[in-house]
Design a protein around this ligand. Structure first.
Ligand code: PMP
Length: 285
């Protein structure tokens, strides 16, 4: 059976799920998106993802043609049509078909599409060993340019940072912000542990406010683990006792080396392992 994709109100076969080469999402990266997981047949943190999608759209003056309830119904319709109970969802809203000018006024109607598919996750051993990362020379967007809090179709800085990671032979890169402070990875948020305290950059440090990040902070609160949002410098990474990154795709991934500096003992730390366990229990019951 061919994978079904939701495209502007209809479920179509993957081979027929096409958008115009005049779409401003493609020509100018003019659009927003969400990456969402389905666990045990249910959308994980649906309201938080929808909120971020509609907030991102509002920030770029893009009116999503359907209300959040309809978007959620469309998401559910899509993965159910493909008989998935565990999958990744990509919901995308583009400015739609326009002309060669950047003016969004010339785009008649935004386009919405929803893909549900299996996700390539890191192998289990990697979660047990942790990953080495580097800090990238590319920074997150300056907040006076396009806010990094918008999940837009403009990921070029992050793509370039990922290429730096590829060149360095590591799976991820940490991006700093315009002030030189730690922001996040190319598609994940970052946490460190210092003593018994979990620390993560604040929402004003050039990050996307990750849904997984929020869940981790809630799990810390529930389990009486001290967790704070704090501006971090690269030096804080180098001297951290533990480190992990969080994201919809990666979930919670330990980091054991940064720019050649071994983190803690060089193995995933105690609090990191505890949070991985709590997260798994939380999503899979
Ligand atoms: N930062 C960036 C830049 C991302 O693209 C993502 C993935 N959406 C994240 C952080 C993690 O966010 P979430 O936990 O919502 O997937």
């Amino acid at each position: 059976m061919s994978l079904k994709i939701w495209l502007d109100g209809q479920l179509v076969d993957r081979a027929d799920a096409k958008i115009s080469v005049y779409d401003h999402g493609l020509l100018y990266g003019d659009g927003v998106f969400e990456g969402i997981r389905v666990y045990a047949g249910k959308v994980f943190e649906g309201p938080a993802h929808l909120r971020r999608l509609y907030d991102s759209a509002k920030a770029i003056r893009l009116e999503i043609p359907i209300p959040p309830e309809k978007m959620m119904a469309a998401i559910e319709q899509t993965y159910k049509a493909n008989n998935f109970t565990e999958c990744y969802i990509r919901a995308v809203v583009t400015r739609g078909v326009g002309d060669f000018g950047i003016n969004p006024r010339n785009s008649k109607a935004p386009s919405v599409f929803i893909i549900s598919d299996l996700i390539n996750v890191y192998p289990k051993e990697i979660y047990e060993k942790g990953i080495p990362v580097i800090t990238a020379s590319y920074i997150r967007n300056h907040p006076s340019a396009q806010s990094p809090r918008i999940k837009s179709l403009n990921y070029l800085n992050n793509v370039l940072a990922k290429i730096e990671a590829n060149d360095a032979g590591v799976p991820e890169a940490i991006m700093l912000n315009h002030a030189g402070n730690v922001a996040e990875c190319t598609a994940d948020n970052i946490f460190i542990v210092r003593g018994t305290q979990v620390q993560t950059p604040t929402t004003c440090d050039g990050i996307l406010e990750g849904v997984t990040r929020k869940v981790i902070m809630e799990l810390c609160a529930k389990n009486k683990i001290d967790c704070i949002e704090k501006t971090l410098q690269r030096h804080d990474l180098y001297i951290a006792d533990e480190m992990f990154v969080t994201g919809t795709g990666a979930e919670v991934m330990p980091v054991t080396k940064v720019d050649g500096r071994v983190i803690g003992s060089g193995e995933p730390g105690t609090l990191t392992k505890k949070l991985i366990e709590l997260f798994h229990k939380h999503v899979r019951g």
